[in-house]
Design a binder for this molecule. Structure first.
Ligand SMILES: C=C(O[C@@H]1C=C(C(=O)O)C=C[C@H]1O)C(=O)O
Length: 268
């Protein structure tokens, strides 16, 4: 029989390993690659059934019980019957994040409607919060679908997150970076996504998981050799070191509480 990638992988991962496997889903964007790189190189890799998906799909799978651990948009945490943040690494930002922005042809005060990116769960709520509390505006919100970015224009703005934002600042006159606006509004950093488990895990596994993430971050120079920049004007080094802030530290936990209080209240 010819060994396919699947059979090789299954053999490789389940071969001599009696330990239970965890179904893990992580964000498929560039910002997650350093964390992913750490997990894939670590000894616990064989305990992980790893998959990648857009953030809203990571959320759906964790809520539906189709994943045990996910790098999940934090806005979904209140929907989970049980949620354990298992890591001090996250996808966060302290000020400008670069890849979570509202784009448009007109200033936000003149936008009559705003598309809400269907890839997102956290930034959708962050958009609502900032419109309400910071800008004090009430545009109509439109649920986005694939291809919506081409319909941003006139008095219709759009929230876009992740890799699809790269280069968009050339297409639109007005760009509002939500990491930056949140910081102006609260003085705090922001957490977009965190590693969440829906059940308690063995502390030894958690320690090994975090060690792997740490090692991923320590290998940024190698990773940057492996990845090519998606756009000539996009500097990956700057993105990983100045925009995305991976430490889930005390100010970010404070921001998370503040944000989840809003999400909880909005859900009624
Ligand atoms: C900073 C980002 O954070 C993302 C934003 C998310 C959201 O809005 O739900 C979820 C995961 C993060 O990857 C980004 O992807 O650009």
């Amino acid at each position: 029989m010819v060994a396919t990638f699947e059979t090789l992988r299954d053999k490789n991962l389940s071969g001599n390993n009696p330990k239970p496997r965890h179904r893990v889903v992580a964000v498929s964007y560039l910002n997650t690659k350093p964390l992913l790189y750490g997990l894939l190189r670590s000894r616990i890799q064989s305990e992980l059934d790893m998959d990648l998906a857009i953030p809203s799909e990571c959320a759906r799978r964790l809520v539906a019980g189709e994943a045990d651990i996910a790098l999940v948009p934090v806005a979904v945490i209140p929907e989970l019957p049980e949620a354990h943040i298992i890591s001090d690494y996250c996808i966060g930002a302290d000020g400008k994040v670069a890849t979570v922005c509202i784009y448009g042809d007109v200033p936000i005060e003149e936008m009559t409607s705003i598309y809400l990116d269907h890839h997102s769960r956290s930034s959708v709520m962050l958009t609502r919060l900032l419109l309400e509390e910071y800008w004090k505006l009430e545009p109509e919100f439109i649920a986005a679908e694939d291809g919506y970015i081409d319909h941003i224009g006139g008095t219709t703005g759009g929230l876009v997150i992740g890799d699809r934002t790269i280069g968009l600042e050339k297409r639109f006159k007005y760009v509002y970076d939500l990491g930056e606006v949140w910081k102006k509004h609260t003085g705090l950093p922001f957490v977009f996504a965190a590693w969440v488990s829906v059940k308690p895990l063995d502390p030894e596994f958690i320690a090994a998981f975090n060690k792997a993430l740490k090692e991923g971050m320590e290998h940024l120079p190698e990773l940057q050799l492996l990845l090519s920049s998606p756009h000539p004007d996009f500097n990956l080094v700057e993105y990983y070191t100045h925009h995305i802030d991976y430490d889930l530290d005390a100010p970010k936990r404070k921001a998370l509480d503040r944000f989840l209080a809003y999400v909880g209240a909005a859900a009624g």
